[in-house]
Design a protein around this ligand. Structure first.
Ligand SMILES: Nc1nc2c(c(=O)[nH]1)N[C@H]1C(S)=C(S)[C@@H](COP(=O)(O)O)O[C@H]1N2
Ligand SMILES: [Mo]
Length: 221
């Protein structure tokens, strides 16, 4: 930081502003960073090869539907294609002013926004940024009576398992990057990534990014 600053504020740019020692430190720091990245990557590779921790998207980081790995497949979660289809699926949103049931095509008529966000699973893997597109969580809160977003309790079509539900804090709902995503990387969400709709929020463990969302209940939890 200080090195950068001394570059920026240097009154006489022609003069060398980085001492030899600082330059060495800088280069050293650079290769350390490179080293750390490489170690991280091969560590990642090891994790991917161990059956227990490996994401189920395949052997390499970018594989899986929509171009990135998956945690639990739709089949594993017991998601039936019949309940995710246009005719059957409704998003049930509840809040201060009551309950709203939205078809997918109705959701798509709300303002859609994009956010580049990764999925970071506590099991030890994460994706690079993926390009999500969907409805802002705070807009869904507004639909049921909140100008100031409260917490939300999100439930999946998935009937059992610890990951079928998640609670998000008011500040996570308020973040303009927090979406109920309908698309990722320019495509429809694939079944395994949570079709027809899934949560994506910034800077949170992957487990909060509930897939196959069926119900959202706003209100302080
Ligand atoms: N309904 C449901 N949502 C879920 C899960 C799940 O098992 N069921 N797994 C969570 C976990 S632990 C992670 S890391 C992410 C993984 O998302 P992905 O499979 O699309 O990569 O989804 C989250 N959402
Ligand atoms: Mo996860």
């Amino acid at each position: 930081m200080t090195i950068y600053r001394s570059f920026l504020v240097s009154p006489r740019p022609a003069e060398p502003t980085v001492s030899r020692r600082a330059a060495l430190w800088f280069v050293g720091g650079g290769s350390l960073l490179l080293f750390a990245t490489t170690v991280g990557r091969s560590f990642d590779g090891l994790l991917r090869r161990t059956a227990l921790l490996a994401p189920h998207g395949g052997g390499d980081p970018g594989s899986g539907p929509n171009g990135f790995q998956i945690n639990k497949t739709a089949a594993y979660a017991g998601i039936d294609a019949a309940e995710t289809g246009e005719d059957a699926w409704r998003l049930v949103v509840t809040g201060r002013t009551g309950t709203v049931r939205l078809r997918r095509d109705e959701l798509l008529r709300l303002p859609l926004y994009s956010a580049a966000l990764p999925i970071a699973c506590v099991e030890g893997w994460s994706t690079s940024d993926q390009w999500w597109r969907g409805v802002r969580l705070r807009d869904l809160a507004a639909l049921v009576g909140y100008d100031d977003p409260p917490d939300v309790f999100v439930e999946s079509l998935q009937r059992s398992g610890a990951f079928r539900k998640a609670a998000l804090r008011a500040n996570q709902v308020a973040d303009s990057r927090s979406l109920l995503a309908l698309y990722v990387n320019g495509e429809e969400l694939s079944p395994d990534h949570g079709h027809p709709a899934r949560v994506i929020v910034p800077a949170a463990p992957g487990v909060l990014n509930t897939k196959w969302v069926a119900r959202m209940t706003f209100g302080d939890l």
